[in-house]
Ligand binder design. Structure first.
Ligand code: BGC
Length: 497
């Protein structure tokens, strides 16, 4: 990414204040609230930490493949990650999720750890291949038992479970049918059949469901260009709508809520100029509204995407639009970073378009922004910007289902001194709190990614996101500074770092 350097804060702050005024008018007129980056300086910085309502959910998130291990245990089938991780060169250091952090065998200990640190809201995912080893019936009762035991342990410990049905670990047997199971014509039926089993098995105790985690990643990362990303996204949206229809028609008496987890950065326009504002909005359209608008905003894709992609963007039937529109009870977002956006430079016409040439936006970061061990810019102000944007667009309650930071931690000693992770979480929660208390955004929960160090996909165990250090030879768990700090925040004792 290109770095933009900023010479002086003063003109920018004056410009920012003017723009806020302008933005207020803009919002009042019903347009999205989007404004250029300005560092959080001035009186706000010394403001007291916002006061959160008792009902606000402070939690932590994980996913099955990243923590469970037990890849051959309890009748589980293979997922695409089991296969991919066993091909040399695919994952850093040859790491795999075969054992991961052995949560499969140590979940009792892990639940006690959550309880000890006051984390009363826990989001995890179910491995489709534990419930249905080949992706279809028969159901594997040992897999059902594992999640029953986990859910019961959580509830006994006073922890509310939040469950994702799909977090990247597609059953291998489905993938082998055509090379990309999302593109199977009956994928929506396959997924909703699996969802039905999950709702039936655990819905008496689980009251918050997420169908998919980050469909944008499934559609864009590691796929080819042309129309493929849009076809995958289309299929996931239809599968989501089908599963929600199953939940609402067959399991209404469970009185739960259902949604989907979308990922986005916050997109600041490079300036108040119309083309920069349009670029930030275009980034939101191609990254977020691509999924959000069909679900929360009327059942169809953003006009900007339709105009840019033409026939490459699939179309919904009237019946599908009806099913999609309103097919979630809340907005759930994973946010890690932010960028500054201006027009892109793709030649027109582009002979072999990809998602990136389609979006055609230049996303930059400031050299003053620190970066995480993933190389991602750390921009707490993006949290508030995102929440204000979301609430100007859609009238749904919002959960931040993932936010966190990878730090370089080469020993347990350095890991437990992760004060910069505590600072990261503190600063992001403070910005979220301002959106809640100053801007009146209806945000109801915040989940740290992640409670444990875990398998960070292609980076293996080299990237550390956890508030708990895990030693990969002994599998010992050691809480870090950030978890102690998070506990004090949850307890309402001490927000000061
Ligand atoms: C994913 C997690 C991942 C995290 C950090 C999110 O996009 O849901 O599975 O580990 O980001 O990369």
């Amino acid at each position: 990414m290109m770095a933009i350097s900023v010479n002086s804060d003063i003109p920018r702050l004056v410009m920012f204040r003017c723009f806020v005024l302008f933005a207020n008018v803009f919002v009042a007129a019903g347009a999205p609230w989007i404004y250029p980056y300005a560092p959080d300086v001035g009186p706000d910085k010394s403001d007291p930490f916002p006061v959160f309502p008792d009902s606000f959910a402070f939690g932590a998130s994980t996913s099955a493949y990243q923590i469970e291990g037990g890849w051959l245990s309890g009748g589980k089938g293979f997922s695409i990650w089991d296969a991919f991780s066993h091909i040399p060169g695919n994952i850093a250091n040859g790491d795999t999720g075969d054992v991961a952090i052995d949560h499969y065998n140590r979940f009792h200990e892990d639940v006690l750890l959550l309880q000890r640190f006051g984390v009363k809201h826990y989001r995890f995912s179910i491995a489709w291949t534990r419930i249905m080893p080949t992706g279809v019936e028969p159901v594997n009762e040992q897999g059902v038992k594992f999640y029953n035991d986990l859910i019961n342990a959580l509830i006994d410990a006073g922890i509310t479970p939040y469950v994702t049905l799909f977090h990247s670990d597609m059953p291998l047997a489905l993938q082998l049918r055509n090379g990309n199971a999302f593109l199977l014509p009956d994928f929506p039926k396959l997924f909703s059949d699996y969802a039905r089993v999950v709702f039936r098995s655990f819905g008496d105790r689980v009251k918050t469901w997420f169908t998919f985690n980050e469909p944008w990643c499934s559609a864009v990362l590691g796929t080819s260009g042309g129309e493929v990303p849009y076809q995958i996204a289309h299929s996931i949206l239809l599968a989501h709508a089908e599963a929600v229809a199953v939940y609402r028609s067959e399991f209404k008496s469970q009185l739960g809520a259902v949604g989907i987890v979308l990922n986005t950065a916050h997109f600041f326009p490079g300036s108040t100029h119309a083309e920069d504002v349009a670029s930030a909005l275009r980034s939101y359209d191609f990254n977020f509204n691509w999924f959000a608008q069909p679900i929360y905003g009327g059942g169809d894709y953003p006009d900007v995407m339709r105009r840019s992609l033409g026939q490459r963007l699939p179309t919904f039937t009237a019946e599908q639009r009806k099913k999609l529109n309103g097919s979630a009870d809340f907005i759930a977002i994973n946010i890690y970073s932010a960028s500054i956006n201006s027009p892109g430079t793709t030649p027109f016409p582009d002979p072999s378009p990809t998602f990136w040439s389609d979006i055609n936006v230049t996303s930059a970061t400031l050299s003053s922004w620190p970066t995480s061990d993933m190389g991602w810019a750390i921009v707490p102000e993006g949290m508030r910007g995102l929440l204000r944007y979301l609430s100007s667009m859609y009238k749904y309650p919002i959960y931040i289902t993932e936010n966190g930071v990878a730090l370089q931690e080469t020993s347990v000693e350095s890991a437990v001194n992760d004060t910069s992770r505590s600072q990261f979480i503190h600063d992001h929660i403070k910005e979220l709190g301002k959106a809640l208390t100053v801007d009146n955004v209806d945000v109801r929960g915040y989940f740290v990614w992640s409670i444990f160090d875990n398998l960070e996909w292609g980076s293996g165990f080299t990237k550390k996101f956890g508030m708990v250090h895990v030693d990969h030879s002994t599998l010992d768990r050691t809480p870090k500074h950030s978890l102690y700090w998070y506990k004090s925040l949850i307890d309402g004792d001490d927000f000061v770092l």
